[in-house]
Design a protein around this ligand. Structure first.
Ligand code: ADP
Length: 398
């Protein structure tokens, strides 16, 4: 085995790692460290279908997790074949339009983006530093969630507030899930046997976080998430769009602070807040089938908001060749796709019930009725593969 790429995704209390072949994309190992920063951290390894769990016995940092990862790679005989490390970084601000080799200057730029992603970027930096210590002789690459959206035109990314906030503090729409959109848009073009640069698509990435992007000729021209991932769609625990006056209203009437309101909008809202049951789409579908009011309302609101956004994104593309669903919900929930598409007759989108029911559990394919001009597709995303490919291209390809 040669040409292996280690893909790392460090969150504030977690570290996800995968080893992929940079040329074939074959996956060799998956590792997940959880509860970092506490004394009951654990690390789970999946290798050739076998699962293994290791419990740390002391307070565990990202450094400990990366050192344990190095041991795991050695145990499986993979460490010698790793030729580069690719790091997922949530926020690259306006600085990064593409993935990049990590240098001291790049690390400083990622640090400058901390005000834009105060939870994510510090964790990524911890992970990058720990990985650079563990793999000092390998090239490291940063792949940003935001960079794909840097092609949005000014009229799509500016907020209608005084421009000085953009000039002085870079307040604007950035958008996220960019690595997923890049992978899925190319996969959709391949599936349709068309060139990406001649296709107008709207892609819905629906996981715990959810967003929609307008992709015109391979470029992002608008997206639903904004300065932060809070804007846009209803999500697992996020409200998505809301009247910003809610801050003053809840301050006046509930004496809540900005931080409390922000936390409520991010963590207690969305599917969870409406259903008063769960943030998990599958759980809600099970309870909706039994007549649970909150679950039914939450799923209906999620679908309606999403449909409104899909329709609005066609203003940005100017035409709709393909509508694509991805992410845990988009890939698996035939019932959510059906709920959304039933609002989209106006766009000429109709679902074929049989095809829709079959497209679950990692299946990729079309779900539209044969007479539709618009191709409605389900495509499982693969952000790790995209990170591995970028890393390989920047460090190893001739
Ligand atoms: P993340 O954004 O954390 O990567 P995922 O992309 O894994 O999240 O998506 C998680 C969501 O996908 C959850 O709401 C989960 O309920 C939903 N999901 C996964 N499988 C199914 C399924 N078979 N039916 C309905 N929803 C599903």
């Amino acid at each position: 085995m040669h040409n292996l790429i280690l893909v790392l995704n460090c969150g504030s209390s977690s570290m996800k790692a995968a080893v992929l072949d940079g040329t074939t994309g074959d996956s060799h190992l998956n590792v997940l460290a959880e509860k970092l920063g506490s004394a009951d951290a654990l690390i789970t390894t999946k290798h050739q279908g076998e699962k293994d769990v290791f419990y740390f016995k002391e307070h565990t940092t990202h450094d400990h997790a990366v050192r344990k990862l190095l041991q795991i790679l050695q145990q499986h005989g993979l460490s010698e074949d790793i030729i580069a490390v690719g790091h997922r970084v949530v926020h690259g601000g306006e600085k990064f339009h593409a993935s990049t080799l990590i240098t001291r200057e790049v690390l400083e730029d990622i640090e400058h983006c901390i005000p834009l992603a105060p939870l994510h970027n510090p964790a990524h930096l911890l992970g990058i530093h720990a990985a650079q210590d563990a793999f000092p002789n390998l090239p490291h690459v940063a792949v940003f969630d935001t960079s794909f959206h840097q092609t949005m035109p000014e009229h799509a990314y500016m907020y209608a507030i005084p421009r000085k906030y953009y000039r002085q503090n870079a307040v604007r729409r950035y958008g996220f899930h960019g690595t997923s959109y890049r992978y899925v848009s190319q996969a959709a073009a391949d599936m349709l046997g068309r060139n990406l640069d001649e296709l107008c698509m709207v892609i819905a990435h629906l996981g715990n976080g959810a967003s929609v992007t307008a992709v015109k000729n391979g470029l992002s021209v608008d997206t639903s998430m904004g300065l932060t991932p809070l804007e846009g769609l209803i999500m697992g625990t996020r409200s998505g769009d809301i009247d910003p006056s809610i801050f003053e209203f809840l301050f006046d009437n509930k004496h809540m602070s900005i931080r409390q309101i922000n936390s409520m909008l991010n963590k207690d809202s969305g599917l969870l807040g409406i259903s008063e049951l769960s943030n998990d789409c599958r759980t809600l579908e099970e309870h909706a089938a039994l007549g649970h009011d909150g679950a039914i309302l939450a799923l209906n609101m999620f679908a309606y908001r999403l449909a409104k956004y899909i329709a609005s994104m066609t203003v940005a593309t100017g035409r709709l060749d393909a509508l694509v669903f991805t992410g845990g919900i988009g890939e698996n929930s035939a019932s959510m796709r059906q709920r959304v598409i039933q609002h989209l007759g106006v766009l000429g989108v109709h679902v074929d019930a049989e095809l829709n029911a079959a497209m679950v559990g990692g299946q990729a394919g079309a779900i539209n009725v044969a007479t539709d001009v618009v191709h409605t597709l389900v495509i499982p995303t693969n952000e790790e593969l995209m990170i591995a490919k970028d890393t390989y291209a920047l460090t190893c390809a001739e």
